[in-house]
Design a protein around this ligand. Structure first.
Ligand SMILES: [Zn+2]
Ligand SMILES: [Zn+2]
Length: 89
């Protein structure tokens, strides 16, 4: 399992969404809510956020959320965004 707990900007982020936007260059879009990110690195990266790892890892979630279409290379990754650790680093 991959965990992101520090952003290069070192400013700290109030939300996982803000963190991910800052962390991923060239992000096409981000949607959802929660600390578990399903990142699709197919073409321009896209991120769907989920409240639990189980939901992020669910195959149905992957297919519905990534929406990679023809550009899909199957390069999908589940990442836990640990804002607490960033805040106290
Ligand atoms: Zn940042
Ligand atoms: Zn894909």
């Amino acid at each position: 399992m991959t965990e992101w707990d520090a952003c290069r900007c070192r400013k700290g982020h109030a939300t996982a969404r803000g963190f991910a936007r800052c962390k991923v260059r060239g992000l096409a879009w981000i949607t959802g809510r929660g600390d578990w990110a399903l990142v699709a690195w197919c073409g321009n990266p896209t991120i769907t956020l989920w409240p639990t790892e189980t939901e992020a890892a669910d195959r149905g979630s992957v297919l519905a959320a990534a929406r990679c279409g023809r550009a899909c290379r199957g390069a999908h990754q589940i990442i836990h965004i640990n804002l607490n650790r960033e805040a106290y680093a």
